[in-house]
Ligand binder design. Structure first.
Ligand code: GLN
Length: 446
């Protein structure tokens, strides 16, 4: 299986460009050992998986798609990697992404432009664009991505696969290169719902190395997965179906709503009135946290160091000037500004307050409903190069996924049809730590 995976990758990489680094030698050795020892039925042993390149992998290059980390060879594994190795899954390589997960099209990568699996003139979405395209093009059956404002769900939608951003705290962030620590979560990306549930179970759980990971038992995520949605109460926020949603996307989601009704769910319209401020709040919160998190890249401890220096100050300034791309610099400047004396109250503090309002809206809906459904994205995948020079258009593309991160809730995207021959994603949002109900609804749709 591992050999076949590398064959498939080599055959398709020239058109997809999903991988930054391949792990062929070690993967084949790991697979050979598993063959020797034998595999128990139902185990994940020997199943190849792709890893987003912001997840730290011991002795395997981890770049976060940045020149700043072009030669970073970690001396430890992220907790999710330890869990994959415990399950004897086989990491076949590191997947392309937007630099430090900042972006929505994988075009801010320092290394390459990944292509959408369905049409190579279109973006794969982002920031986990490599993780989505690799699964959708059949290079791997599963991958890990990370989602700060939509980076698992949006590329899953653009490539017609299943992507889960679990509840904040479900999975350890230890070894995930930090972008915005109060929003980041790792999650599984797969071809179908059941695989996704199985993989989530393998990587979940409390970790003493991440103080924000939740001290909860890991549920059996596949239990009851085939129980259907009869009697389930599903809410559709009217703000997520209105202006700005492409007609083809709205049509596919309306058909999904009808299907849920036919399957016996009660589907009703609700309001999430503060979600419309999500993008503004997100770009203050996420950029502020990023400006702090990215201070560690100083050209001294690890990563890229400029050679063009006269003194210590030059090492810092020139290494960062040459090592970071323009989107990363834009976020650092925005974040430093919102955190600075004189602007903190007007921006960072205010954003925190509006974040609470956004969360309260969700809490209110979940007093009466089991799930919320909506489109994952306002549009289908757009052309390579089409939006990348226009940050505002790029930022608005995450308007339907960002509120979920701000509220710390689980959100997933499943395929729900096509528009102009490109996949459309249906977003399912659940109560905190209730991924199981989401999988049940997702499975009923499949
Ligand atoms: N597209 C959003 C951004 O650029 C979300 C990225 C993410 O979830 N990592 O920040």
């Amino acid at each position: 299986l591992t050999k076949a995976t590398f064959e498939r990758i080599k055959e398709t990489e020239p058109t997809i460009d999903a991988f930054i680094t391949l792990n062929e030698e070690k993967a084949l050795a790991q697979a050979a050992k598993i063959d020797e020892n034998g595999i128990e039925a139902g185990s994940l042993a020997g199943i190849p998986i792709g890893i987003k390149d912001n997840i730290v992998t011991k002795n395997l290059l981890t770049t976060a798609a940045s020149k700043m980390l072009y030669n970073f060879d970690p001396i430890y594994d992220a907790t999710v990697m330890e869990k994959l190795y415990d399950a004897e899954m086989i990491p076949v390589g590191k997947l392309n992404m937007d630099e430090f997960a900042m972006g929505g099209s994988t075009e801010t990568s320092y290394f390459k432009k990944t292509k959408n699996a369905w049409n190579q003139t279109k973006v794969p979405g982002g920031s986990s664009g490599g993780s989505a395209a690799a699964v959708a093009s059949g290079q791997v059956v599963a991958s890990l991505g990370s989602d700060t404002g939509g980076s698992i769900r949006q590329p899953a939608a653009f490539n017609g696969i299943v992507g889960m951003k679990p509840t904040y705290g479900r999975i350890s962030r230890y070894g995930l290169i930090a972008f915005s620590s109060s929003l980041d979560q790792i999650g599984p990306m797969t071809r179908n719902v059941e695989d996704n549930a199985i993989l989530l179970e393998a990587i979940s759980g409390w970790d003493k190395k991440d103080s924000t990971s939740a001290q909860l038992e890991v549920p059996n995520f596949t239990e009851g997965i085939n129980d259907g949605v009869k009697g389930m109460r599903i809410a559709v926020p009217k703000e997520y179906m209105g202006e700005g949603i492409a007609p083809g996307v709205r049509k596919a989601v309306e058909e999904a709503i009808n299907k849920y009704k036919e399957l016996g769910a009660v589907v009703e319209e609700v309001s999430l009135p503060h979600s419309k401020y999500g993008v503004e709040v997100y770009y203050i919160v996420a950029s502020s946290e990023a400006s702090s998190n990215l201070q560690r890249f100083d050209g001294i401890r690890y990563g890229y160091r400029s050679e063009n220096v006269k003194d210590l100050e030059d090492i810092y300034v020139n290494s960062r000037s040459e090592g970071f791309g323009s989107e990363v610099k834009r976020r650092i400047m925005l974040g430093t500004f919102s955190l600075s004396a004189g602007f903190y109250d007007a921006y960072f503090r205010k954003a925190g307050q509006v974040r609470t309002l956004i969360k309260n809206d969700f809490d209110k809906v979940f007093e009466e409903y089991d799930l919320i459904i909506a489109p994952t994205t306002p549009t289908i995948a757009y052309g390579l190069g089409e939006n990348i020079t226009d940050p505002i258009t790029m930022y608005m593309g995450d308007i339907l996924t960002i509120p979920v991160n701000l509220a710390g809730l689980p959100g997933m995207s499943i395929p729900c049809g096509f528009s102009d021959e490109m996949p459309v994603g249906l977003q399912i949002i659940g109560k905190a730590f209730d991924e199981r109900t989401m999988y049940r609804a997702a499975q009923a749709f499949e």
